[in-house]
Design a protein around this ligand. Structure first.
Ligand code: TXA
Ligand code: MG
Length: 435
């Protein structure tokens, strides 16, 4: 067996400036897809992963079948990326082996050029192919590093991205991995994303399909708002089940690390063999990443380049209250509505586990002072809060809110990823002792 990690690819020289969008597309088409129309045939051989080499079927005359074939064809031949649903968030996909469509992803999103993309595959076999250098003999075999086996067995397909070593002479466009010597790879669980990877038979480079910096899209409508006339095709497979992005793990470092918390929790990863000592990588080069009571934080600089950028933020101000901080009273809310004495200002409140809905007299008290409230509950379970979070942040902007007050949650299970996103979105973080 050839070991790809012994010959790391040399990183290409890249500028870190933002590319600004320079072309517009006449029309954006949104095609509805019914994920349950897609049927997969998996391997029954217990010695291999069920998704070693799956096949899928849809009725070719159905809207779903036609849309998948059209999108797969665009991925193979067009230079304009295609937006599609995954179980985490919507992705903006392009053939990861071709420079032009991958470069267009950066242009369309306004994404910093040093932020690498995750490659989506539809089978374990496709993942292994990413380890194969261009010039390798067809008979050469390449194996995914053994540290990942328990994770792949348990969490693929699903919201987990693993870093694989890049072979020298990789088939991937260097715009996918930017200055890294690894590539992030994920097998999504959403039937549409899986079917696209299998039908196109190309690895699909796909970041979240939002304008860079905004919350990731969890519906096709969010994508259409951000990327209208910037993409030709959006596949609409309904709302995303998980709602937050995948967990990015690095098993090539020692100890293995979580570079971005996400849909698979630290606790779930820690249960896997070889991952008991996993560290949560800090992201800002200066502070603890918020591994919480359960998460060890390592001491080095951020390693998922994307984590250093401001992210997930609505345009309005975000005031994040850490758990055990009292719910802000109306006078505190009012004090954040700058200038509200002479004009009506909207404030948002997003509740989770402890805060109570304001009663009529409190709402009235604020209204008399020119403050209108946009209130919502994100739910109480970690799963529900994850699923609703990005949509709720986007709603605040849609409703013209100037500042939103958000009740944070404990950083265990789904809470680690939820609070990671909220801390990045926050302009102010309020701790229990601040009140
Ligand atoms: O759930 C997800 O992961 C979604 C869906 C579409 O699959 N994708 C997504 O991609 O969130 P994006 O580009 O928005 O975030 C990818 C993150 C970034 O923080 C990036 O820096 C990191 O993964 N990343 C990608 N490749 C990497 C690499 N080779 N080394 C370190 N970090 C990497
Ligand atoms: Mg993103």
């Amino acid at each position: 067996m050839t070991s790809p990690s012994s010959e790391p690819a040399s990183p290409p020289a890249m500028s870190t400036s933002k590319i600004t969008f320079s072309h517009r597309i006449p029309k954006t088409e949104v095609l509805s897809i019914n994920p349950s129309d897609i049927k997969f045939e998996l391997s029954a051989d217990p010695s291999v992963h069920p998704y070693e080499d799956p096949t899928f079927t849809t009725s070719p005359s159905s809207q779903t079948g036609k849309a998948i074939l059209l999108a797969a064809d665009r991925l193979r031949s067009s230079d304009v990326p295609v937006a599609f649903p995954t179980e985490t968030v919507y992705g903006l996909g392009a053939d990861a082996t071709r420079d032009e469509p991958v470069r267009n992803i950066f242009t369309i999103k306004g994404r910093p050029a040093d932020n690498p993309l995750i490659v989506h595959i539809g089978s374990v076999k496709q993942a292994r192919e990413l380890l194969r250098p261009r010039n390798a003999a067809p008979t050469d075999q390449f194996e995914i590093p053994a540290i990942y086996k328990p994770l792949i067995d348990k969490f693929w397909p699903g919201p987990l991205t693993i870093l694989l070593p890049l072979p020298q002479n990789s088939k991937l466009s260097p715009y996918v991995y930017c200055t890294q010597t690894t590539v992030g790879v994920r097998m999504p669980a959403h039937p549409v994303a899986l079917a696209l990877a299998l039908a196109s038979n190309v690895p699909i480079a796909a970041p979240s399909a939002n304008k860079s910096g905004l919350p990731s899209p969890t519906t096709a409508k969010h994508v259409a708002v951000d990327l209208y006339k910037r993409v030709e095709l959006i596949l609409d497979g309904g709302g995303c089940e998980v709602g937050l992005e995948s967990t990015v793990v690095d098993g090539l470092s020692n100890p293995p690390a979580i570079l971005r918390p996400g849909g698979v929790s630290l606790e779930q990863i820690r249960e896997c063999e070889g991952w008991e000592g996993v560290v949560v990588h800090r992201e800002d080069g200066g502070g603890n990443s918020g591994g919480g009571a359960n998460g060890a934080a390592s001491g080095a600089a951020p390693r998922a380049p994307g984590m250093k950028y401001k992210h997930y933020s609505p345009t309005c101000g975000v005031r994040l209250y850490l758990p055990n901080t009292d719910q802000p009273i109306v006078e505190v809310l009012k004090s954040t509505a700058f200038g509200s004495d002479s004009r009506v200002v909207r404030l948002g409140v997003l509740r989770t586990r402890q805060w109570k809905e304001l009663d009529d007299s409190q709402v009235e008290w604020l209204r008399e002072r020119n403050v209108e409230l946009v209130e919502d509950s994100l739910g109480t379970s970690g799963e529900e809060i994850s699923r609703k979070l990005f949509g709720a942040l986007r709603r605040m902007d849609d409703e013209g809110v100037v500042v939103v007050h958000i009740e944070g949650i404990e950083e265990d299970m789904e809470g680690l990823a939820v609070m990671n996103r909220l801390k990045k979105a926050a302009s102010v973080v309020i701790r229990p002792r601040d009140i």
